[in-house]
Ligand binder design. Structure first.
Ligand SMILES: *[C@@H]1O[C@H](CO)[C@@H](O)[C@H](O)[C@H]1NC(C)=O
Ligand SMILES: *[C@@H]1O[C@H](CO)[C@@H](O)[C@H](O)[C@H]1NC(C)=O
Length: 347
């Protein structure tokens, strides 16, 4: 495919066919530039001096490869509409855990550790793993496995689009849509990635307010302020100017884990219907917040750690989240983490 696309670029450039009627068969220069910069010599990525109206039309018709189709009614393929019902009423905390279809072992580790719904018995916690469609090569086998896993645990929420890093925003938005449809009275929503350590006790008791209503404008986590879009091609966070042209991002809570009040989650979802979705989900939530006039609330200092930290019993009792934590390590430290240790300084 790539080769064919490159060929189209080459042809359209060397034969200068772009002004002809059928030139729409060829790619526009921006796409070519992107392709060319992957491997080909620099002369191919020079911008073309000729601008035809054809090219303009093509640009309108062809979405950027990072473009997201939203709003769009993606189906829930595995669903649990009554997850939030129960004798104890709406959950205090709804955990939306982002995982990939193939991460079966990661989900199992999370269920046995921080994703355990009954870890803090005084509050109602509900957990759902949000995932998309498996990669095409093994999709049949994986899909059957997923359905089996869900029969056993009843905690998968599968949405009908390809599960890729660049589609993460869709996963978060569809998690919020599920919440709006089936769990609108949840007091708080936690968006969390699967490569983290999480301390639900500290989150519930020191960061949230278990005995009162949730503040309507509350969102907290590790806040990034005044950051610039990455404009270097081929980097993980590259943001094409065509998709986001401003020179600064709004303040936002960083993706690995943030928690917000249920009412704010619903307002973000409403706002998201009118904002162009970008693939950086945390920045996108920040854009919605800015439109809503809501500022993220700073968390207690050093409680949302964005980089790996070696496990330490006492230190981990007094934080919410550590990013870049592998599930094997999570399983290893968890029994120790749960033991009480009188030698730790009191919280
Ligand atoms: C969840 O936590 C409760 C209370 O600590 C415990 O009894 C239960 O075995 C745990 N469940 C899992 C799946 O680990
Ligand atoms: C997102 O999902 C759609 C629908 O499955 C797919 O066509 C598209 O390639 C995905 N986008 C990215 C950037 O991965």
């Amino acid at each position: 495919m790539l080769i064919i696309m490159r060929l189209c670029c080459l042809l359209s450039r060397s034969l200068d066919l772009r002004s002809l009627e059928w030139s729409y068969l060829f790619l526009d220069s921006q796409t070519c530039q992107l392709l060319a910069s992957w491997t080909t010599p620099a002369y191919l990525s020079l911008p073309s001096p000729r601008i035809s109206s054809r090219k303009f039309e093509w640009k309108i018709q062809t979405p950027h490869p990072f473009d997201l189709r939203y709003p769009y009614s993606y189906p829930f393929l595995i669903n649990h509409p009554d997850k939030c019902e129960g004798p104890r009423g709406a959950p205090f905390l709804l955990m939306l855990v982002m995982t990939r279809p193939q991460d079966v072992g990661v989900r199992q580790a999370i269920r046995q550790t921080w994703g355990n719904e009954t870890l803090v018995p005084s509050v109602v916690v509900r957990r759902l793993f949000v995932l998309g469609l498996p990669p095409p090569l093994f999709d049949k086998e994986l899909q059957a496995l997923l359905e089996e896993e869900d029969r056993e645990h009843g905690d998968l929420l599968q949405v009908g689009f390809l599960d890729t890093y660049r589609n993460l925003t869709l996963k978060v938005l569809m998690g919020l849509e599920w919440m709006a449809q089936h769990c609108p009275s949840a007091k708080y929503v936690l968006k969390v990635d699967s490569d983290v350590f999480l301390n639900p006790r500290f989150l519930l008791h020191q960061v949230l307010w278990p005995n009162g209503p949730s503040p309507p404008d509350f969102i907290t986590g590790h806040i990034n302020r005044n950051t610039n879009p990455v404009r270097r091609l081929h980097t993980k966070w590259y943001m094409p100017p065509e998709l986001y042209s401003q020179s600064k991002y709004p303040d936002y809570c960083v993706g690995p884990g943030y928690v917000l009040s249920g009412s704010l989650a619903l307002r973000i979802l409403t706002t998201a219907q009118h904002v162009k979705a970008i693939y950086l989900e945390d920045v996108f939530v920040g854009l919605c917040l800015r439109l809503l006039g809501v500022k993220p609330t700073p968390a207690p200092p050093n409680t949302f750690l964005m980089f790996r930290r070696k496990y330490n019993h006492c230190a981990f009792q007094r934080l919410v989240l550590v990013h870049q934590f592998q599930h094997q390590e999570l399983l290893k430290i968890w029994p120790d983490f749960l033991t009480s240790n009188a030698a730790c300084p009191t919280v």
